[in-house]
Design a protein around this ligand. Structure first.
Ligand SMILES: [Zn+2]
Length: 744
């Protein structure tokens, strides 16, 4: 009791706890009640649990591309493995092409408003005045005995009511026959696939994706994935093996997910020989189809057909491109555990930059991402040129960026190379680390953009890349419009999803890596997350938990602020007080500790909030510690030594206000009168006891002439004008007058 009393007494007497002017918000409290609780499927450490399970879907598909009518039709057999602990009486199939059906297309309401002076194309997007057919015709769904299965379509999803219950641990096979009209990519603002027509040579490039009816995800968090495809929120898909036969006009070249199985019947002897050369070419690509050959192909217009056979193992999707316009180059990329063929397919309209840069960018992405996570596991990585956007699928991506009359601006070239790196990078997130894109766009876009920016920074140092500064304009935006990162994909605005789901998580990860956790520890944790969840379905909580678990760092404060709020970082260096010690009548030999040490001196106005250091250091008095203050302790501080240590030193007490709301570590740059600099960093935890204002005291040998917060722009501070002392004068006299009046 006595001990406790003394303890409390000492605490209250030593600490002067400044009253908070605003209510405590618990910025450092655990986020446990904001994320899904751990269970036997997903552990508290962020790893898959001992009962983790996921479904599997294998596909055998035979499809035919009809160039005359721009349609594709196919038959597929899906073998679905029910690894869940549940018996299933129905399955859900995704029919994404139905989003283009008139009526369904407005589900997500992407283009709604009439503006003054709209173009005819914008008006067509808005009204679909010229109608066109779209969406699936499902011919039949049959079980393995050839018996029809009852189905029911709800927009972009189809319920398959199984004839016999699919028990836990068992599998079922069923077949679907289907077709749909391929849509013109230029008719949509968010067209990830479709055809692009080239009037000059009367040819078409087909980008075929979300083209066959695919299994929806059934998992431990959602049951059946039940969010419709509304164009912005992308895909949630199961892993499986694919055998796909694609029949196209005889003179088409097909670039596809998977490994080509019948090269002898679809490629010429010369093309096969060049591919063999490419397999041994590690320094530069080999042309498999040259410009001359592609231009000769363009003129053929064969009416005959050819079937390309591909096989892909353990992928969550399958896409391809087909055209007689394609040039093709390829080279080998050696990774520690895999040798990959990096390849590009492009029409002559992509020349010369595509031939120069595309496959090279694929290689850079493969190398940097593999090092940061795990080796690219697939046999090929393909970049296909398209008129705009960038879109990813396993082993293949469709990437925008075309020169005009053979010339490309430096900006457009940066954009094109960045897009290729980004889309190839999506092989890791979400194609292998397979998060639910329909729900959390940031989980794949954010993590992928983070590594894409790292690739750009490491391999293209002359190009601009994202830094914390890049997010400042977004984070200073109108809070009535801003949403937190933890917002479902389709609830974000078209004007903001790039900043909120790509850039903001990227910058957050950059801060964790470069400033909060440190590169080595962070990189290991990021790798841990990727390896724990490869070929699996992670949720946000699994990422949050793994990064803490693998670094022994409590990041709940960071997740809470950065991912769950729209607060921003704005720290204000409100004041710096300068003190100096000098000895007055002091006697170093004075063992009785009787003399007073004064901490200067010449300050004219101790109480005033000085704007700079011109009035010199302030004076405070330091008394020798009276015996009573030691309580039961019998030892005494060495007063002369303490005085000696403080003598002649500059003592600075700084006051920092949290204006933006986000708590962050504090980086302080001291610039001394001799021009030299020093940096001190304080961890974010300093904000634990007062979330609005902190004070901290430093001792410096040299005199300081300037103090700056966040000098290297590590924390996306939205207003750097209030980061310095002496204060940078920005307010007009009238503003100052107004502010003073308000205070009084
Ligand atoms: Zn992306």
């Amino acid at each position: 009791m006595r001990l406790l009393f003394y303890f409390l007494f000492t605490l209250f007497s030593l600490l002067s706890i400044k009253a908070q002017t605003e209510p405590w918000q618990g910025k450092f409290e655990p986020i446990d009640n904001m994320i899904t609780p751990p269970n036997t499927y997903r552990t508290a450490s962020g790893a898959p649990g001992r009962d983790y399970w996921q479904q599997q879907a294998n596909y055998k598909i035979k499809a035919t591309l009809d160039e005359t009518n721009n349609t594709i039709s196919g038959k597929e057999t899906i073998t679905y493995y029910n690894n869940s602990p549940d018996d299933l009486s129905y399955l859900w199939i995704q029919l994404e092409q139905n989003v283009n059906k008139k009526g369904n297309e407005d589900f997500g309401g992407i283009n709604n408003n009439i503006k003054d002076g709209m173009t005819s194309r914008q008006m067509q997007f808005l009204t679909r005045a010229i109608d066109f057919p779209a969406g699936y015709s499902i011919k039949y769904v049959k079980d393995s005995n050839g018996k029809n299965i009852k189905t029911m379509v709800n927009n972009t999803m189809m319920k398959v009511k199984l004839n016999t219950l699919l028990k836990s641990g068992e599998s079922t096979s069923f077949s679907i026959a289907w077709s749909y009209p391929i849509t013109d990519r230029s008719m949509y603002s968010l067209s990830r696939e479709g055809y692009e027509y080239f009037p000059s040579d009367d040819n078409t490039v087909y980008l075929i994706a979300h083209w066959f009816p695919r299994m929806a995800v059934y998992n431990d968090t959602e049951g059946w994935q039940n969010q419709q495809f509304q164009k912005l929120g992308e895909f949630a898909l199961e892993f499986g093996d694919y055998d796909v036969e694609i029949t196209v006009p005889e003179d088409h070249i097909v670039a596809s997910t998977g490994l080509l199985q019948n090269s002898e019947s679809v490629l010429t002897k010369a093309q096969r020989k060049r591919l063999d050369e490419a397999r041994k070419s590690f320094d530069k690509p080999v042309m498999v189809i040259t410009q001359k050959e592609a231009e000769a192909n363009e003129k053929q217009k064969s009416k005959k057909q050819k079937t390309w056979k591909f096989s892909a193992k353990n992928v969550r999707d399958f896409a391809f491109a087909s055209s007689r316009k394609f040039m093709w180059d390829a080279q080998a990329v050696k990774l520690p555990t895999n040798t990959v063929m990096a390849m590009s397919f492009y029409p002559k309209e992509g020349l010369p930059v595509w031939q120069e840069e595309s496959t090279k960018a694929v290689r850079h992405a493969l190398e940097v991402y593999s090092e940061a996570t795990f080796d690219y596991p697939y046999p090929v990585a393909i970049s296909v040129n398209t008129s705009n956007i960038g879109m990813e699928f396993p082993m293949i991506s469709f990437n925008g960026g075309r020169p005009k009359n053979g010339k490309i601006s430096n900006n457009a070239k940066q954009g094109m190379i960045g897009t290729i790196i980004h889309e190839v990078g999506h092989n890791w997130f979400p194609m292998i680390v397979s998060s639910d894109e329909r729900k959390w766009m940031w989980m794949d876009e954010g993590l992928n953009t983070f590594l894409h920016q790292r690739t750009v920074a490491e391999r293209y140092p002359d190009f601009n890349s994202v830094t914390p500064k890049s997010i400042v304009p977004f984070m200073s935006g109108d809070k009535n419009i801003l949403r937190p990162i933890m917002t479902t994909s389709d609830s974000e605005l078209m004007s903001q999803f790039g900043a909120n789901f790509y850039l903001k998580p990227t910058v957050g990860l950059q801060m964790l890596r470069n400033s909060i956790i440190g590169k080595e520890l962070f990189d290991e944790a990021f790798k841990e997350y990727a390896n724990r969840w490869k070929y699996k379905h992670p949720n946000p909580a699994d990422l949050f938990r793994t990064l803490e678990d693998a670094t022994a760092t409590d990041l709940d404060w960071f997740y809470r602020g950065w991912f769950f709020t729209t607060d921003h970082v704005d720290m204000e260096l409100s004041h710096v007080k300068w003190f100096k010690v000098y000895e007055e009548n002091s006697n170093i030999e004075d063992q009785n500790n009787t003399s007073k040490v004064k901490i200067d001196a010449s300050g004219k106005n101790v109480q005033a909030q000085t704007k700079d250091f011109s009035s010199g250091p302030e004076m405070i008095t330091m008394n020798a510690t009276p015996d009573a203050a030691y309580g039961q302790f019998l030892s005494r501080i060495n007063e002369p030594e303490l005085r000696k240590q403080l003598s002649g030193k500059n003592i600075y007490e700084i006051t920092i206000k949290n204006v933006g709301g986000l708590v962050m570590p504090v980086t302080i740059e001291w610039i001394f009168t001799d021009g030299s600099k020093e940096i001190d960093t304080i961890p974010a935890e300093i904000w634990r006891r007062n979330e609005y204002e902190i004070q901290k005291t430093f001792i410096k040998e040299k005199e300081v002439k300037e103090v700056n917060l966040d000098p290297n722009f590590e924390y996306a501070d939205t207003d750097t004008k209030n980061n310095s002392f002496p204060k940078v004068e920005t307010a007009s006299e009238f503003d100052t007058f107004k502010n003073n009046k308000r205070k009084s």
